[in-house]
Design a protein around this ligand. Sequence first.
Ligand SMILES: Cc1cc2nc3c(=O)[nH]c(=O)nc-3n(C[C@H](O)[C@H](O)[C@H](O)COP(=O)(O)OP(=O)(O)OC[C@H]3O[C@@H](n4cnc5c(N)ncnc54)[C@H](O)[C@@H]3O)c2cc1C
Length: 475
Amino acid sequence: MSNSDVIIIGAGISGLSTAWWLAQQGVKVEVWESEPTIGGKIKTTTENGYLSESAAGLLVNFRPEIDRLIKHCGLTSAKQQRPDNLKRYVLHQGQLCSVPMTFAGIARSPLWSHRGKLRMLAEGLVFGRGDRGESVSQFIKRRFGPEMLDTAIDPFVSGTLASDPDLAEAASVLPRLKTLENRYGSITAGILVNKLWKRRRVNHADTFSFHGGMSQLIEAMAAAPGICIRRNVTIRQIEPDQNGWQVHAETPYGSLNQITRQLVMSTPANTSAQLLSEIDRELSQLLGSIEYAPIAVLHTGFDREQITHPLDGTGFLVAKRDRLNLNGNLWMSSLFPRRAPAGKTMLTSYLGGARNPGKLDLPDDKLITHGLGGLSRLLGIEDTPEYVRLDRHHKGLPLYHGQYQAKLHKINSHLSDYSGLHLCGNYAGGVSVRERIYQGKITARQIIQKLHAQGNNQSCTSQHKPVYATPARLL
Ligand SMILES: Cc1cc2nc3c(=O)[nH]c(=O)nc-3n(C[C@H](O)[C@H](O)[C@H](O)COP(=O)(O)OP(=O)(O)OC[C@H]3O[C@@H](n4cnc5c(N)ncnc54)[C@H](O)[C@@H]3O)c2cc1C
């Protein structure tokens, strides 16, 4: 059995990010991926002049680390910036209403009653910090009142995270708001203080994609020197070993077995649960208990002239009480250039999620009809789409439901029993591409610390001696 320093299972953004940060420090790393393609959920498809994304379609960034990665990958000139002047819409009582982004805009907005606005203003006077594990609904109602929940937070949590605000844990889903409450006693006060002291973000928040779509980021990261990707390699079993971990995989050419000093599982929680079932039953059960929302992504291409709405925004989100068949709709051609042929436009709808998990049981034609139903009236669409593509994710996004931080805490304490085993997947630390890249960096730092502790010159396969950075150099 041959040996290696680091094997990462799964070439989604979580696994690739960990590999990329390690490679930057001279650590040679292998990524074993069961599919013939890399990127996991992230996949850009170009068909008939339409460019669509099966999962992440854009990156919202305020972390300098992500800027650095993009620059190192040579992608700065490939970035497509979201125009600043786009509105954000929410479906409110059957109509699309733009969401105000300033205090003055909130005061004038028809989205909230006078009473609702006064309640929101009173947020600074709310004392107390809520119970551990309180839900998003409880947290927002406690701080801002029910109208803020129904009109803004519910559509955001359901539409962008496919989650249910009544079940999702506030500390896991809205960590920055919880931090502001904990630190300043009030979210409004925290925002104002941070604005005044300009401490809020190192970077200005930046929303973008790439000319070649999100797959361009994946390919560029995977091409970093020091990363070896093995495709069509499905890990079937892992076992602790005196030198680290034995990894057993199936490939189209037979089995592949290797020992690694450090093993990263960047697979969905249920796969990691299966692989750990013989090693640690309780850890496996904790991982296996993480729920996922099924999501369908419906891409539709139209002649621009068939749509009467100005499409002057990023798209719209849907509040639960509006009972539309979709959770949100992104106007991809308004967001980024070249998503559709000249004179055409592409709209992407998201269906299912925790709100409507049964949607994914529908056959394609029914799902497409459901997706198009509400759109026609809201956007004034006069004809059927000339292009349709449907992507289904039966385990789309992990749901940070219940006492989620407590669950992660237990998972971490089990993990500390195993030297050289790391978990890095979107069920911990945030689902967005930004947070996945950031968590990859944290995992890389932990691995480098472990490799340091084990001694640099025990490297088994490296042709050149890796230069392990001290943790301080990484962060
Ligand atoms: C519909 C949708 C829209 C989204 N939109 C956005 C967005 O606009 N912006 C944003 O920032 N984020 C968005 N996200 C979130 C983001 O895309 C995901 O959280 C992220 O891509 C998940 O990456 P991952 O690497 O953790 O998991 P995955 O992408 O699931 O990767 C896991 C990998 O492990 C591999 N694997 C599994 N089992 C094995 C095995 N036994 N052996 C070897 N390999 C294995 C899989 O094939 C896969 O490649 C969206 C997600 C969805 C579903």
